[in-house]
Design a binder for this molecule. Sequence first.
Ligand code: C2E
Ligand code: MG
Ligand code: MG
Ligand code: MG
Length: 285
Amino acid sequence: NAKAAGRNALRFFDAPMQAALIDRSTLEDDLRRAIDLGQLSLHYQPQVVDHDAQGTRITGAEALLRWQHPQRGWVSPATFIPLAEQSGLILSLGAWVLRTACAQLARWSRDPATAELDLSVNVSAIQFRRPDFASGVLDELARSGAKPKRLKLELTESVLVDDFDDIVPKMVALRSAGVRFSLDDFGTGYSSLAYLKRLPLDQLKIDRLFVDHLLKDDDDAAIARTIIALADSLGLGVLAEGVEQESQRVRLADMGCRAYQGYLFSRPLPLPAFMNLLEQTVTNP
Ligand code: C2E
Ligand code: MG
Ligand code: MG
Ligand code: MG
């Protein structure tokens, strides 16, 4: 039968290739069960803004999906997100992320100390492409009781291969409810500047590649400066990701950037650790 033929066909591949294929399909099976088995969680990486001469203030977090595999331990999103995108599993993972993030926002909204926190959620192009994407997000917000204006959706430039007549109405529907949009990894994709004008965005996120080389490479510094100026002229916010050193933050601040994310402030943290960090860094007004 077809299954036996498929198995025999593996003989034509060399051993490492065969191992990789088997590995991939078992990993996919494992990922399919991960939600039900409670192996997924969100980690929270602080997003901060310049506050005063003393330092920065946490304004929110980016929710980053984590998978703890029973045998392999933590599997990197760089491995399982592409796998999920190729298999379609990203739709159920994405729905789980959104539900968990909205539930967290709703909990934060009940305490004045956390009610103003924003939560950024990554959205895959495949998820965004679904006709019911906007209504799905609005339903989740309503069900959870989370405030739409505290939710920020991070899109990447890969969304932009789609028809603008499909993209823009979804963004408009969500934005009119208060949801904000950020363009993630900006500068590494292939979008033209004309797209930026037409997209109802709120923020650009400077890719960490440029931040990483900021002090070593004049070209990367020029690109970072240009993105900051571009955001400013288009009336968008800008956030630099992957800030690891104070010298990078200072340089970015000199360029007019005020919002950052990166290991300098904190790694992505499990919820209890994020809440501890918030408590420690709260400044008396
Ligand atoms: P991203 O959205 O650009 O997220 C930022 C990534 O940079 C995170 O990696 C974060 O841990 C890492 N990072 C933050 N600060 C620093 C730093 O200072 N230095 C360095 N070297 N890295 C830093 P992570 O968590 O491994 O996620 C990788 C990517 O996986 C994300 O990139 C995003 O594209 C994707 N991803 C993660 N969670 C989700 C999710 O819930 N849904 C979707 N669709 N994609 C997700
Ligand atoms: Mg992101
Ligand atoms: Mg990014
Ligand atoms: Mg990235």
